[in-house]
Structures are given as structure tokens and as C-alpha cells.
Ligand binder design. Structure first.
Ligand SMILES: [Zn+2]
Length: 106
């Protein structure tokens, strides 16, 4: 999709909402790591149980990173967080600079 193409603001808003949900899930997962591991070690005193919890967390993290990195920008259609092969989780599209909250500013 060309960057100069006009896209319906409702489509952009829906796309940005979807992007924010994916980002929220990823950052929540990252934030939950230390409390979850600490709680597991405190309650179970088991390295094995904590290791299983870590494995589950790691699988969820890989899935969340996959969802966030493959999210497309609703305005330009390119990958929102990818430029080349490197993901960069900024708050603006790496191609057309559409801000993640652009639909809320109007
Ligand atoms: Zn874009």
C-alpha cells in the first residue's frame, strides 16, 4: 500500500486498537516475569516447578513477540515494528511514522 493513499480513519483506528492490544499483552508478559518467578520460588521452593513456569512464560513470550512483530500498520500496510530484519518496538510506525495513539489525538 502506498503511504500517500488515503485510508479510512475508522480502519486506522481499528488497526491501531489491535496493535495496542498486542503491545499491551507483550509488555504485560515481560512485566509479569519477575513477580511470577519470585512468587513461584517463594510458594513452591521448587526449581523444577519454577522451571516449568519459566518454560510456559518463554513460550508465551515467543508467541507475543511473533504477534507484535507481524502486526501491520493500518495506514501504510508495512510491518509496524519491523524495518528490515530487526524489530524495534517504538510507538510509531517505522515506515510512515503513524503514532500508536494517532486515533486518540483527534
Ligand atoms: Zn505505517
Amino acid at each position: 500500500m502506498d503511504e500517500s493513499t488515503t485510508v479510512d480513519p475508522m480502519v486506522i483506528a481499528a488497526g491501531l486498537r489491535k496493535l495496542r492490544k498486542r503491545r499491551w499483552f507483550l509488555w504485560s508478559l515481560i512485566t509479569a516475569y519477575l513477580p511470577a518467578i519470585w512468587t513461584s520460588l517463594t510458594l513452591t521452593h521448587s526449581d523444577r516447578t519454577t522451571g516449568v513456569l519459566f518454560g510456559i512464560w518463554l513460550i508465551l513470550l515467543v508467541v507475543a513477540v511473533g504477534f507484535v512483530t507481524t502486526a501491520r500498520c493500518p495506514r501504510c500496510g508495512n510491518l509496524f515494528h519491523m524495518h528490515g530484519v530487526t524489530p524495534l518496538y517504538l510507538r510509531s510506525c517505522l515506515h510512515c511514522q503513524l503514532h500508536i495513539c494517532a486515533d486518540k489525538k483527534k
